[in-house]
Write a protein that binds this ligand. Structure first.
Ligand SMILES: Cc1cc2nc3c(=O)[nH]c(=O)nc-3n(C[C@H](O)[C@H](O)[C@H](O)COP(=O)(O)O)c2cc1C
Length: 400
């Protein structure tokens, strides 16, 4: 695939917290565990956050990242160690990569899947370990639409067009391929659309059974739900195409279905591409409108990314380039947002939170380079880090 660049308010020191196996010598005092925290000046990157009944120990999330390391959708030891390390590394939320709700909805044959009950067991092991480390386990539910059926990223990510190559037919809103040479997607009919919503529902039920506390709907990066949103890929003239209301319908149906089945105390996130970065495509104004509808349906946070709709968009990639979108949606809709994209330095991440741009910061590639990014961010921001007790021998403590 072509990667689309795409509370605690404790006042007493504690030395050992058996439930999350961490050492913490001088907890920060006076941090309010507020939910919607706009206007509370002391909130920063390391402040806890509560959404519904789920408490996040800070504002640092591991962004979902495909590992292309599954077989037949099954998670394995790689996923356990990869995700588990970042939970050990102090992030508050570990978001499992795009996990396909149907086999056809995989980007590649190596994608994680959640289309059958047998997938639950290993995912449950991962969620349990993440939880044991004091992090919240989340999972991104996905369907790749017309961008499905690709080779593994490190083999070049080319389209697998034929069954002999291991490819499969791809679906989308309209018979418009992502790139000229790509397979033409089969437009989903009414039954196919119902099937997609049902598959997200079934996937969500399995994710909850596996113990995940946050579900995220992947509606970004040019995959199926984004394909319905954008006029570039959606040329339909039925009730799923044309007007903004129609283009949003599939995502809103999916969000409504998931919110309806999720326990009240668990949060639902939606990742969007705030803009296609193309004239005539999906844009921030439509994203604001979409976020209003998602909020009304009970979605708790919009995880704001961008791009992925066309192969050659001109994207002004730079430090924190997507952050203004998160801010605008947060301000105009009064919904929590997550900021993502070229956020690598703790100080920058901290400013995003203290400046009111977003409620959570998602870190992707930098967390591949540094699994302990969150613990190191605590050090960089002047807090004693909550290193696992097993690693205590190696941790320098701040002089009191
Ligand atoms: C290897 C890799 C895999 C990715 N897989 C996903 C994914 O499964 N779901 C998703 O929404 N974004 C995915 N992304 C995008 C990242 O979550 C993130 O939005 C992007 O890399 C920008 O953040 P960064 O600058 O911190 O890397 C992936 C990125 C990388 C590098």
């Amino acid at each position: 695939m072509k990667i689309q660049i795409e509370a605690n308010a404790m006042s007493e020191p504690v030395t050992y917290r058996p439930n999350d196996q961490t050492v913490r010598l001088t907890p920060r005092a006076g941090r309010a565990g507020t939910d919607h925290d706009r206007g509370v000046p002391e909130i920063d990157l390391l402040s806890p956050l509560t959404i519904r009944s789920v408490s996040f120990r800070n504002r640092i999330a591991m962004s979902p990242m495909c590992e292309y390391s599954a077989q037949d959708g099954f998670a394995n030891d790689w996923h356990l160690v990869h995700l588990g390390s970042r939970a050990v590394g102090g992030a508050a939320l570990i978001m499992v990569e795009a996990t396909a709700v149907t086999a056809q909805g995989r980007i590649s044959p190596g994608d994680l899947g959640i289309w059958k009950d047998e997938h639950i067991e290993m995912l449950a092991r991962i969620a349990k370990f993440v939880d044991s480390q004091g992090a919240v386990a989340g999972i991104q539910l996905a369907h790749a639409g017309r961008k499905a059926s690709c080779d593994l990223a490190w083999k070049g990510g080319a389209r697998l067009k034929w069954p002999e190559e291991g490819g499969w037919p791809v679906v989308g809103p309209s018979p418009v391929p992502f790139d000229e040479a790509d397979p033409v997607p089969i437009p989903l009919d009414e039954a196919g659309l119902d099937g997609v919503v049902d598959a997200f529902e079934a996937g969500a039920r399995r994710a909850l059974q596996a113990g995940f506390k946050v579900l995220e709907i992947h509606a970004a990066h040019g995959y199926l739900l984004h394909e319905f949103l954008s006029p570039i890929s959606n040329h339909r003239n039925d009730q799923y195409g044309g007007s903004l209301e129609n283009r949003m319908r599939l995502l809103l149906r999916t969000a409504e279905r998931l919110r309806g089945l999720m326990p009240e105390e668990l949060p639902l996130f939606v990742r969007i591409s705030a803009t296609d970065w193309v004239e005539g495509g999906w844009d921030i104004e439509q994203s604001v409108e979409l976020a209003r509808h998602l909020k009304r349906l009970g979605v708790d946070l919009i995880d704001v990314s961008s791009g992925g709709m066309v192969p050659c968009a001109r994207i002004p990639v730079a430090k924190g380039y997507q952050v203004p979108f998160a801010r605008r949606i947060r301000e105009e809709v009064e919904i929590r947002t997550g900021a993502v994209g070229l956020i690598t330095e703790p100080r920058h991440a901290d400013e995003i939170i203290t400046g009111g741009d977003a409620n959570l910061v998602f870190i992707a590639r930098e967390m591949l380079r540094e699994p302990y990014w969150a613990l190191k961010a605590q050090q960089a921001l002047g807090q004693d880090s909550a290193w696992p007790i097993q690693y205590g021998y190696a941790v320098k403590r701040r002089a009191k």
